[in-house]
Design a protein around this ligand. Structure first.
Ligand code: ATP
Ligand code: MG
Length: 555
């Protein structure tokens, strides 16, 4: 993908600049509804809105679109702010649609006074039945010709709380035969006797999105109101409200395509269902495509920004492959994460000729970045290696080449340490190998090897008496289907999306302040900084590592 070519939105802004249409610079907004946590789809919009403002020396409002108190909460407001800041963006102002409730009410009264809005007293069902369809025009409400003074009076009493929910609505008076259903006298206000998280019980009428959004954009002097394509059909209404209300600024609404990501869902409503039905461990479950989930999984903000820049901004619907996100994550962690040794599925190795106490060896934190320094590696006669690095009979594995790891009678090098040879193995009652008895070669120490031995390969290890026991959580796709459907969400869920192992990490990893590490030969892992939750099979108070991503694609 050519990341240098400017997308259509940036081209448009440059053109507006050339035509002197931006005397006060570029002003954008990111307008989440606080009804859930942000997901990676929102990150696309955040990177776009904050990104263009930054590039063009402008500013960005973080505006909470809080007009539907039934589903919203201040907890979500706080979580959204934390996520935007974590992604690395700064808002110039923090606002709420509810800051403008009084002004919005005034604009609504102006529309009524101009005979462009009326109070409709049909039931929701009647209104639905008279809307018409894509092929048939709607029919006018019998209340459409109420006098301006009746409408003003009714609307004032709606606000005063005289009526119950659903008794009346305020509707724009546009055109019931418009081919665009959004223009068929859309509802502007509805009655909801619900306490609002910010305005309390000040209001029992709440403005609808299509009325609120454009006016807030105008009041904030937004120069480019960027939204996703599903609002394209709403643009005539956006323009109608601004043309007919007494606002003196008219931002252009510009649509771009939503991000879709394979094997997950990007919708707060559906993600909320997973949380509510306890199918995941909260909004920040590392399997969730939420910013909080990705963060807990170990994904960096830089990787998410890189991903958003690579997917670009177009009007084509796109379903992006998970591989691209994983590529960006690896690319960032490859350079930034320290490398150490963690054994996910441990197999005990006893060195039968080890005669001394433990010794301390050393290894670099990053073989290609000396500035990260070295860490101590305690070594002893009792070690753990990865179970998969031993094969009882490599011949049955039918490998194309030679077995590169340990087997009876075979040798491997322990990374940054010695060459060992497996002499014997111990089997339990189930026939599982539970211990290897090995010889180590003292003259084969890494860096000063004079043994002349040719081991099969190099494997990672930890010293049993020094390693820290940890719970290691690995994640598979949350859904089995590349595009899970909202109607069969639960059937599409992957029941095996969380795998738990009890392994060990070298002590230097536990002691280090970093949270993200590469476990050599295994993948990238992140210390879980949430309070230790004993998993069903887990031990309480054991540190948890979340697997962020494997070392290679499709692993
Ligand atoms: P959801 O269905 O997840 O609740 P939404 O669009 O209703 O999404 P909002 O809180 O209204 O969520 O979104 C705030 C902004 O983020 C909007 O401008 C919206 O267009 C944008 N946005 C939401 N989802 C995506 C996505 N998948 N890709 C790009 N932008 C998105
Ligand atoms: Mg929404």
């Amino acid at each position: 993908m050519d990341t240098d070519a400017k997308d259509f939105i940036r081209q448009r802004i440059e053109q507006d600049q050339r035509e002197d249409k931006l005397p006060c610079g570029v002003v954008t907004r990111f307008p989440p509804e606080p009804n859930g946590y942000l997901h990676i789809g929102h990150a696309k919009s955040i990177c776009l809105n904050f990104g263009v403002a930054k590039e063009f020396g402008g500013q960005t409002f973080l505006r909470f679109d809080d007009t539907n108190p039934i589903k919203e909460s201040e907890d979500y407001v706080a979580a959204i702010q934390a996520d935007v800041a974590w992604l690395g963006f700064e808002w110039s102002s923090l606002t709420h649609a509810s800051d403008y409730f009084e002004e919005l009410y005034k604009f609504a009264n102006d529309l009524i006074s101009a005979d462009k809005a009326f109070v409709c007293s049909m039931t929701a069902q009647q209104m639905h039945d008279s809307r018409g369809s894509l092929t048939e025009p709607g029919t006018n409400s019998p209340y459409r010709d109420r006098s301006v003074s009746d409408n003003l009076d009714l609307f004032a009493r709606m606000r005063a709380g005289v009526f119950g929910d659903g008794e009346h609505v305020l509707r724009a008076k546009i055109d019931m035969s418009s081919p665009n259903i959004n223009m068929r006298d859309p509802v502007l206000y509805r009655i909801r006797h619900v306490t609002h998280q910010r305005t309390g019980d000040d209001w029992c009428i709440y403005p609808m999105y299509d009325f609120t959004h454009c006016i807030c954009d105008a009041l904030e002097g937004i120069t480019h109101s960027l939204c996703t394509l599903e609002f394209e059909d709403h643009r005539p209404l956006y323009d109608w409200v601004l043309d007919n209300a007494n606002v003196n600024f008219h931002p252009p609404q510009i649509e771009f395509s939503r991000l879709g990501l394979e094997y997950t869902v990007l919708s707060k409503r559906l993600l909320n269902r997973l949380v509510e039905e306890k199918l995941v461990d909260g909004w920040d479950d590392p399997r969730m495509p939420t910013i909080a989930g990705l963060r807990r999984r170990g994904v960096t903000a830089a990787a998410i920004r890189d991903f958003c820049s690579r997917i670009g901004v177009t009007k084509q619907d796109n379903q992006v492959e998970m591989n691209l996100l994983e590529f960006c994550i690896r690319r960032d962690l490859e350079a930034s994460a320290r490398r150490g040794m963690g054994v996910v599925k441990p197999l005990l190795v006893t060195l039968t000729n080890w005669r001394s106490d433990a010794v301390v060896l050393q290894g670099p934190w990053h073989a290609r970045n000396e500035s990260m320094g070295k860490r101590d590696l305690p070594f002893s006669g009792s070690l753990y290696i990865e179970r998969d690095d031993f094969a009882l009979d490599p011949a049955v594995l039918d490998l194309p080449g030679k077995w590169k790891r340990l087997a009876p009678g075979e040798m491997v090098r322990l990374r940054y340490a010695f060459i060992i040879r497996c002499d014997e193995y111990v089997i339990d009652n189930n026939g599982d190998v539970i211990e290897l008895k090995c010889t180590y070669f003292p003259e084969s120490r890494s860096g000063q090897d004079s043994s002349g031995l040719k081991p099969n390969g190099v494997v990672h290890w930890v010293s049993a008496g020094h390693a820290v026991p940890v719970e290691i959580r690995s994640y598979q796709r949350l859904f089995n289907s590349p595009s899970p459907s909202s109607t069969s969400l639960l059937e599409d869920l992957n029941p095996q999306s969380l795998l738990i192992d009890h392994g060990f990490v070298e002590p230097a990893i536990m002691a280090h302040e970093d949270t993200r590490f590469q476990f050599e030969r295994q993948g990238y892992y992140c210390k879980d900084d949430s309070p230790p939750t004993a998993s069903k099979q887990g031990q309480p108070n054991q540190a948890v590592f979340n697997k962020t991503v494997s070392l290679r694609e499709g692993f």
